[in-house]
Design a protein around this ligand. Structure first.
Ligand code: F6P
Length: 341
């Protein structure tokens, strides 16, 4: 068989582990040929392809980013885009396509699946907000980076008796903030799912100062207050219509400084959370996803995404996985709240 593969959306540690697994299993066990398309859907729109053999995937398992490159190109946002994608697939005689991505990339995959392309999706995002899978790879690495930052900020914050606000990624879902904040012992965790009460945040910070320690506030980039607004959008949109966020950390730090009368600083972790080598958990999960995608292709599946349920890799309909985001449930946030203040 000829299998096409691409990585779309924000990069994420573990993408190379998926590519390697698809190539190793496809070539090694089935005698498949694997074609990589560069920079996500752009590679299919513009016919930018590269054959992937065993030599091309040697040594990439621990490497962050993606050897295929990525972009947020949306073929459905381009005139004649879907037709160009189909032509490229035909030109390369692709029997099945394995797109690796989040809600946007896999949303395109679902539509192409409905249009007759054989697609088996692989879920990736550091945000862990894809429905249908317990975890996406990349999340564990991102949480590890954010947790280490929180650990380090505790000691400098305590030394200077100041509040430190840590802004982490998470546009609509607060999984990174929730896990990094819980693992790092944050004073308050603020997530997009739960608009926060400014007075309560300030009170938690005061309480922490009163205990002789300094507050750490972990805030998702998409979190917002219940009352009024703290400007957090840059106003720029990507090809899928998402607003580029930023600024909640600094706005919150200024507000906390003013209300507590103690100095506050903001740290934006940004793309540090996405870069670098994947954790062991993400390498293993990404590898298992890649192997399972090849199995699904050879079982004649289409319109499915491989997913983690418990410790098993299963297949779920792409339409179900992309219909809505997996948000932090109220009861998970309540667990974290026990430690606020
Ligand atoms: O979707 C993953 C993600 O890292 C989000 O958490 C974040 O909002 C976004 O990508 C940032 O995208 P970019 O790197 O394109 O600014």
């Amino acid at each position: 068989m000829r299998i096409g593969i691409l990585t779309g959306g924000g990069d994420c540690p573990g993408l190379n582990a998926v590519i390697r697994a698809v190539v190793r299993k496809g070539l090694g066990e089935h005698g498949d040929e694997v074609v990589g398309f560069r920079d996500g859907w752009r590679g299919l729109l513009e016919d930018d392809a590269v054959p992937l053999d065993l030599a091309s995937v040697r040594g990439i398992l621990p490497r962050g980013g993606t050897v295929l490159g990525t972009s947020r190109t949306n073929p459905y946002g381009v005139d004649g885009g879907p037709e160009r994608v189909l032509e490229t697939l035909q030109r390369h005689r692709i029997d099945a396509l394995v797109p690796i991505g989040g809600e946007d990339t896999l949303g395109v995959a679902a539509r192409l699946g409905e249009a007759g392309v054989r697609v088996v999706g692989v879920p990736k995002t550091i945000d862990n907000d894809l429905n249908g899978t317990d975890y996406t790879f990349g999340f564990d690495t991102a949480v590890g980076v954010a947790m280490e930052a929180v650990d380090r900020l505790h000691t400098t914050g305590d030394s200077h008796h100041r509040t430190l606000v840590v802004e982490v990624m998470g546009r609509h879902a607060g999984w990174i903030a929730l896990h990094a904040g819980m693992a790092g012992g944050a004073t308050v965790i603020l997530v997009p799912e739960n608009p926060f009460d400014v007075d309560a945040v300030v009170e938690h910070c005061r309480h922490r100062f009163a205990s002789g320690f300094s507050p750490i506030v972990v805030v998702s980039e998409g979190a917002a207050p219940k009352q009024g607004a703290l400007t957090t959008s840059t106003g720029q949109l990507d090809a899928f219509g998402h607003v580029r966020l930023g600024g909640i950390g600094a706005a919150l730090a200024a507000l906390i400084e003013e209300r507590t009368g103690r100095e506050a600083r903001a740290v934006v972790l940004g793309h540090l959370q996405r870069g670098g080598t994947p954790s062991q958990f993400d390498r293993v999960l990404a590898t298992r996803f890649g192997l399972a995608a090849v199995d699904a292709v050879h079982d004649g599946q289409s319109g499915v995404m491989v997913a983690l349920r418990g410790t098993d890799i299963v297949r779920v309909p792409l339409a179900e996985a992309t219909a809505q985001l997996k948000l932090v449930p109220v009861e998970r946030y309540a667990e974290a709240e026990v430690f606020f203040g």
